[in-house]
Design a binder for this molecule. Structure first.
Ligand SMILES: [Mg+2]
Length: 266
């Protein structure tokens, strides 16, 4: 199989590009990891180019925090909730039951706590705006898909420039969270389905990019043409075509071969 690879050599965006007429991507990833770790790299079974679709996870990928952990802090439950989040993202717990349990712990919290939490705690990941704005400038559709909540994801998506959001909805009655969710839960299978359906809408075999950091991102990362694990948990990292271990989100632009003078500040 013909394979291509891009490896960031420094923080200035210099990228080593490798083309092999024959090879196994998994072997090349392992060899490059051995020689360059910690590294930012992408190994591809086709020529690396600008994707037509970008689908990304939100928490700890496009923003620096886990929203549910920060929100739980307002209920005095951060340690308890964060411990469950960590185990779920490591792939040690079933995502849906871990989410249901954590949401249940938030019952009774005033809805307006979320706006306070957003303003005080939630910050974009470095490079997020530039990544989204630059990909959009190249004609790439951008979708934020999260196992977190629309209460957070809608304003985050607007801030970062994403064109579409898929997430979970917290139930609110009389201005307070009930501890439940409305409708079906966005889990790893839904994240993957969003990627596949959005891609099909754009055409046959369009190149796609997916980024995430946790175990529930793995099916989406595997389904994408280029699945990139961002400062990820080990299981997500080992399932990906590449990873960002050192740089910020703009490293992805360098790996895709988009020169710095074509980046768009978001
Ligand atoms: Mg995440």
């Amino acid at each position: 199989m013909r394979i291509a690879a891009a490896v960031m050599l420094d923080f200035c965006g210099d990228v080593l590009q490798i083309m092999l007429p024959n090879g196994d991507p998994a072997t090349l990833r392992r060899v490059l990891d051995t020689h360059f770790a910690p590294s930012d790299l992408l190994v591809s079974a086709q020529e690396i180019a600008v994707p037509r679709l970008f689908v990304s996870d939100m928490d700890s990928t496009m923003i620096g925090q886990e929203c549910i952990d920060e929100l739980a802090d307002f209920a005095g439950l951060k340690d308890r909730v964060a411990a469950i989040t960590e185990r779920a993202m490591q792939g040690e717990l079933d995502f849906v039951s871990a989410l249901t349990e954590r949401v249940g712990l938030l019952a009774g919290l005033p809805e307006d706590t979320i706006a306070t939490c957003l303003a005080d705690r939630i910050r974009p990941m470095e490079g997020a705006r530039t990544l989204v704005a630059t990909l959009k400038s190249k004609g790439c559709r951008t979708v934020l898909v999260t196992g977190g909540f629309h209460h957070f994801a809608d304003p985050v998506a607007e801030d970062l420039g994403f064109e579409h959001v898929v997430g979970n909805r917290l139930t609110v009655v009389d201005g307070k969270l009930t501890g439940g969710l409305v409708g079906g839960i966005v889990d790893s299978a839904v994240k993957r389905r969003v990627l596949v359906e959005e891609a099909l809408r754009l055409g046959e075999n369009v190149p796609t990019l997916a980024t995430g950091d946790g175990a529930n991102d793995i099916p989406m990362i595997e389904a994408a043409t280029w699945g990139i694990a961002f400062r990820a948990k080990p299981k997500a990292r080992s399932a990906a075509d590449g990873w960002i271990d050192r740089g910020d989100l703009t490293a992805i632009l360098s790996l895709l071969g988009i020169p710095r003078d074509e980046w768009v500040a978001g």
